[in-house]
Design a protein around this ligand. Structure first.
Ligand SMILES: Nc1ncnc2c1ncn2[C@@H]1O[C@H](COP(=O)(O)OP(=O)(O)O)[C@@H](O)[C@H]1O
Ligand SMILES: [Mg+2]
Length: 308
């Protein structure tokens, strides 16, 4: 299938010479939810802004629905809904007008029934006649989402959508995201909340220092990089491991008081049982046992830390 977004060797130098993107390659398939994880300053907003045609690329190419985002700005922008990180909306307009106007800006005919649905889905209906300055921060953010959905985009970008929002809004937001996904909308969100990516995304990309370190199917990523550990607190510290235990993912820590076994998630039952039997046969006993599985968070920290 042709990707709905195709990014090739994308670079961005800001006017002050700062290199915010250093050659990004990424394909996004229609209908998927991709989470872009990365610390502050990684280049997430820059990348999204280029795809949305708000910031010009310095090099490379971005196609949305087969159209170049620079040369065919109008065509690509109409396909995209953007929920920006910052609030930038006329404070004196009403919710209804702001959202309806946004639809018009993207060249779509008025459709009050659609605007009503969007406002109801985001629990904004009873605020439709309020001006934005009368709304709380959370409500304003709902308006940003409503604006992004006003023109029925095929692609929705959510830039740090849940940074500093309350639980109710977060839940509403994910419900809307689920509905959109069910209707075939492609969703790209940036976040530094790893649990969020873990929960909602089909694929996860990790971006740091202007580079895309990896993009993987979430489950594959967990399987590939997620290590499991069995930790045994030994009754008697060991000076060193007996020869026949060497090189099997076993190591001693804490002056020999702890035996750590890094194992593969595929045949864990058998190998752990076998290991415990072998230890016991060697008169190595333990007083406590625990297991640890690396989370997406561990993986993320390891990757981002390693890239510095
Ligand atoms: N207009 C700009 N001029 C110069 N540097 C910028 C500009 N916008 C962003 N940057 C820098 O580019 C880097 C990436 O920023 P950004 O894309 O906002 O990252 P993220 O969204 O991942 O936090 C940061 O170091 C930021 O300071
Ligand atoms: Mg950002």
């Amino acid at each position: 299938m042709t990707p709905i977004i195709s990014i090739r060797n994308l670079t961005k130098h800001y006017a002050n010479g700062f290199e915010a993107l250093k050659g990004i390659d990424l394909d996004v398939e229609k209908g998927e939810i991709l989470a872009l994880l990365g610390p502050n300053g990684a280049g997430k907003t820059t990348m999204i802004s280029i795809v949305c045609g708000i910031v010009n690329p310095s090099g490379g190419e971005v196609l949305v629905g087969g159209n170049d985002v620079v040369k065919n700005f109008r065509a690509t922008r109409t396909m995209i809904g953007l929920v920006p990180q910052e609030l930038t909306t006329d404070q004196f307009e009403t919710v209804w007008n702001t959202v309806s106007f946004s639809r018009g800006l993207h060249g779509k005919k008025p459709n009050p029934a659609h605007i009503e649905k969007v406002l109801r889905d985001l629990s904004l209906w009873d605020k439709k006649d309020n001006t934005l300055r009368q709304l709380s921060g959370g409500m304003k953010r709902r308006v940003l989402i409503a604006k992004a959905l006003s023109h029925e985009p095929e692609i929705l970008f959510l830039d740090e959508p849940t940074a500093g929002v309350d639980v109710t809004l977060r839940k509403d937001m994910w419900r809307v995201v689920e509905q959109l996904r069910a209707s075939g909308v492609t969703i790209i969100l940036t976040t530094h909340y790893i649990e969020e990516a873990e929960e909602i995304a089909d694929r996860v990309g990790v971006i740091n220092g202007g580079k895309l370190l990896l993009v993987e199917d979430k489950a594959a990523l967990m399987a590939k990089l997620g290590r499991k550990q069995l930790i045994l607190e030994l009754t008697e510290p060991l000076e060193k491991l007996p020869e026949h235990f060497a090189g099997n993912g076993l190591s001693l820590e804490q002056g020999g008081a702890r035996l750590v076994y890094n194992f593969d998630a595929h045949n864990e039952q058998e190998s752990i049982a076998a290991l415990l039997t072998r230890l016991s046969a060697d008169n190595i006993h333990f007083k406590d046992l625990s297991t640890r599985q690396s989370s997406l968070e561990d993986i993320f920290v390891a990757l981002v830390g390693g890239a510095k």
